[in-house]
Design a protein around this ligand. Sequence first.
Ligand SMILES: [Zn+2]
Length: 436
Amino acid sequence: MGIHVYNTLTRKEEPLELISPGKVSIYVCGPTVYDDPHLGHARPAVVFDVITRYLKAQGHAVTYVRNLTDIDDKIIEKARQQNRDFKTLGGHYANRYHEAMRRLNVAAPDAEPKATDHILHMRDFISKLIQRDHAYQSRGNVYFAVESFKNYGRLSRRTVPSISSNFSVEQGKRHPADFALWKEAKPEEPSWASPWGSGRPGWHIECSAMSSRLLGENYDIHGGGADLVFPHHENEIAQSESLFGKTPANYWMHNGLVYIAGEKMSKSLGNALNLHGLLEIHRPEALRLFLLTKHYRHPMEVTHPALHEASARLSKLYRFLFRSAWSDAESGELGINRGALWTRFCNAMGKDFNFPMALSVLFEGIRQVNLVSGNSRDAVGADPACRAISLVSDIFFICRDVLGIAPEPSMDAWPYETETKLSDGKLQTATFRRAS
Ligand SMILES: [Zn+2]
């Protein structure tokens, strides 16, 4: 079934045409590991997890790479404040991120390159850019010369002002928009040897070097948060296209950011926006469901009622699945030979992965089964209408294989209702009480 994808590069929805039919290569910018993950980290992780699962259910072989930035100003600064080694600090927060991803049932990517494991490739990349006059050395720094790349600004739709005498150019740069590929080490900073003296790579070159190393010079999809369009992805394109003569990725997909509604809510949610904090209060599947309620490209506001609503929808879904005698075998193996509900679900997903539309197909299916079966467990299996069985099978499959929100088959019942307690508008606790 055809899939249309909104491509930030062209600002259009385009049919997804793969470089090798049946194979999809995806690179998504991962976190900079200097703090605990928050809901803003969970959104791209869950969005691209569901997209990857869906492409696999469609029979595609997917190669998914999501990096870790483990060297950066913020990591160095925090390590200095805490008097810790930057590697120990980065390792700690990488573990915290992975732990949250595991709890959220986000599948591990096929490769998760760490920037510090690829310094050699970054140096090599930078050397080649200098040889081709796309970069220049200035003291111990190396800058990319934006005026050497005629397509600069294409992704973010920005124009590069030409140099005039009015510009105050940061010392050592030829043009104010030039960005660092290699940064000279300051005293006591972690550093690596290079032809330009000891230093470390800039953030943008990390992703260009790692993506080309792992997925090649040209791959299918590059993803990340909308805040990465400029400068990060604009600069990635400038670097990679200058070296390889082609755009690194054919489709650029950006998820909207997560906002907290108003200052008051910001205070009351406080640390609860921390993923580990949220996971103390909400079931991980409810957070996944919440993150899928908006189109992935749209900004998203976190509110108590919205999180509450997601928990309630999950309860409804799980009550249905258990009433329908959830069994792993029943839901079938692949996305082939599926029923009409699956077709409708695919229609929604084919429209630039329209999650809200896909979810409404799912819940409409539940409503239909409930109508046919008169809400009784036995009737689902016993009903002569194969339609209900086919619907239930599709619903199981979608929940487990695509949305990643199915209960464990070993859970023999979903015995709880979620109740979130608020006090003075502040989120206190959530209790799971036994449903009657
Ligand atoms: Zn990146």
